[in-house]
Every structure is written in structure tokens, then in C-alpha cells.
Design a protein around this ligand. Structure first.
Ligand code: PGA
Length: 257
């Protein structure tokens, strides 16, 4: 599997039937696509088991949008990493800004989730990024370093036989907004994430096991620009991942980059 990742975040946008059909079509089209990219879809929780069936035996990876940190217990409404593993999930989003904002997910919770996922051999896709106000106040760097440090606080990522993880730089003001961001700013954030990972995990482990990606209004017009930023080896896509044509179009662009 390549260490470059194109990941679809379907959020809560599709019915279970729509998720199943879209996954089937993507798995089929991926089979006849030449690419050195790893491709994943993250359906909503209730659609996971049907999408798992759709992607079985294909190269399309299954991801979840959320996980709890315990494997079992009296935690009404939560989903355990053990269940995600049973379903065949290879990866799981953690700390998406929508969960931080609407569900009160804290840096500490994100750290516990990352450790629990790694323990189950599920690749965490850790989302970090600043709000517009934080950016205007010149606090972007501080926020990114704080979020990333907490996310890895409980994880053992220093070992040389470590597990892969993905960090996605998602400036919150770019998500679903269709706005533009300077590529120098994306590069600077990617470099900051890389140097923070070097400190948290050791440079050798970070180099080997960590992928840095970009997310926020990714589309067919801006993707190649984001992928040209040094240090960016992936994309997390919301709106433009909801049809097979759009998402496969992004994969084509990524594969040429
Ligand atoms: P967007 O969402 O591509 O619709 O901006 C990205 C995300 O929230 O992960």
C-alpha cells in the first residue's frame, strides 16, 4: 500500500443505500485505475457494515468517522475500536473539527482515541487546524502544535516498528467554504506538523510512519496545487467525495501529481 492517501469523508450526507452504491462503484472503478495512491472511504457509522461488504476484496479501504477509546463497557451510543476492527476498518478519523465543535471533543479525548486505535491496529487520521479567529490572532501555529501534541500524548510512536498514522491539516475556515488559501501557508503548516512529529516520534519514525495530508474545500481545480506543497502527501475530501465521478477525477489528478 502506498503512503499517499486520498480519503473520502462522507460525513452524514448519504443514506445507507447511497453509501453502499457509491462504495460499490468506487471499488469497481478503482480496480481498473492505475494509481500508486491508497484510497479510502469513511461512511457514516450506520452505513459501515454495508459499505464493508461493498469494498470486501477490493483495494478500496474502509474508514470510520469516529471511535470511542474503550473496547467494551457501559458507554451508550459509542462505537468501539474493537467493533471497527471487526467491520474491517483500516483507518479512522479523529478530532475532526465538526466533532470538536458540535460534540465537545477535547484534545484529551482525541489523545485517548488515537492510542486506542493504534492499539487495535487501526490507522488514526488526526485532524488539526485553526479557526478563522485563531488565524487572525496569529495563533495558528500554537493551535496546531497543541492539538498534535495532545493527540499523540498517549501514543507510543517512537518505536522503529511503529504503526502508520496520518495528520491532516484542515484549516477550519476552509472546510466546506470554497475559499482559497495561500499554498505557502499550507506548506508552512505541513512543515510545522513534520517538525512537531519529528520531536514527538523521533525523526526516523516520523519519516517512516507519518503521512501529512491537507483537507478543506479540496476540488479538481485546487488539488494539484495542494499536492505540490512540500510535505503534503494526501487529501481528505468532503463535498467533492460524494459522487464517483468527482472523487475518481480527484484520484486521477492525484495519481498524475
Ligand atoms: P470539505 O470537507 O472538502 O467539504 O471542505 C473536508 C472535511 O471536513 O474533512
Amino acid at each position: 500500500m502506498s503512503n499517499k492517501y486520498l480519503i473520502a469523508n462522507w460525513k452524514m450526507q448519504l443514506s445507507i443505500g447511497e453509501s453502499r452504491s457509491l462504495a460499490l462503484e468506487l471499488a469497481e472503478r478503482l480496480a481498473s485505475t492505475r494509481t500508486d495512491w491508497s484510497v479510502a472511504v469513511c461512511p457514516s457509522g450506520p452505513a459501515l457494515s454495508q459499505v464493508a461488504e461493498s469494498v470486501r476484496g477490493s483495494d478500496l479501504l474502509l474508514g470510520a468517522q469516529n471511535s470511542f477509546w474503550e473496547d467494551r463497557g457501559a458507554y451508550t451510543g459509542e462505537v468501539s475500536p474493537a467493533n471497527l476492527k471487526e467491520l474491517g476498518c483500516s483507518l479512522c478519523l479523529v478530532g475532526h473539527s465538526e466533532r470538536r465543535e458540535y460534540l465537545g471533543e477535547t484534545d484529551e479525548m482525541v489523545g485517548r482515541k488515537v492510542a486506542a486505535l493504534l492499539a487495535r491496529n487501526i490507522m488514526p487520521v488526526i485532524c488539526v487546524g485553526e479557526t478563522e479567529n485563531e488565524r487572525d490572532d496569529g495563533r495558528s501555529e500554537e493551535v496546531i502544535v497543541r492539538q498534535l501534541t495532545s493527540a499523540l500524548a498517549d501514543a507510543d510512536c517512537r518505536s522503529s516498528d511503529g504503526q502508520r498514522l496520518i495528520v491532516v491539516y484542515e484549516p477550519i475556515w476552509m472546510i466546506g467554504s470554497g475559499r482559497t488559501i495561500e499554498l505557502e501557508d499550507v506548506t508552512a503548516s505541513a512543515q510545522l506538523i513534520r517538525s512537531t512529529l519529528n520531536e514527538l516520534c523521533t525523526a526516523a519514525a516520523a519519516d517512516r510512519f507519518c503521512t501529512v495530508a491537507y483537507g478543506g474545500s479540496v476540488d479538481a481545480v485546487n488539488l494539484s496545487g495542494f499536492l505540490s506543497c512540500p510535505g503534503i502527501d494526501g487529501a481528505l475530501v468532503g463535498g467533492d467525495s460524494l459522487t464517483a465521478d468527482n472523487f475518481m477525477g480527484l484520484l486521477e489528478i492525484a495519481s498524475r501529481s
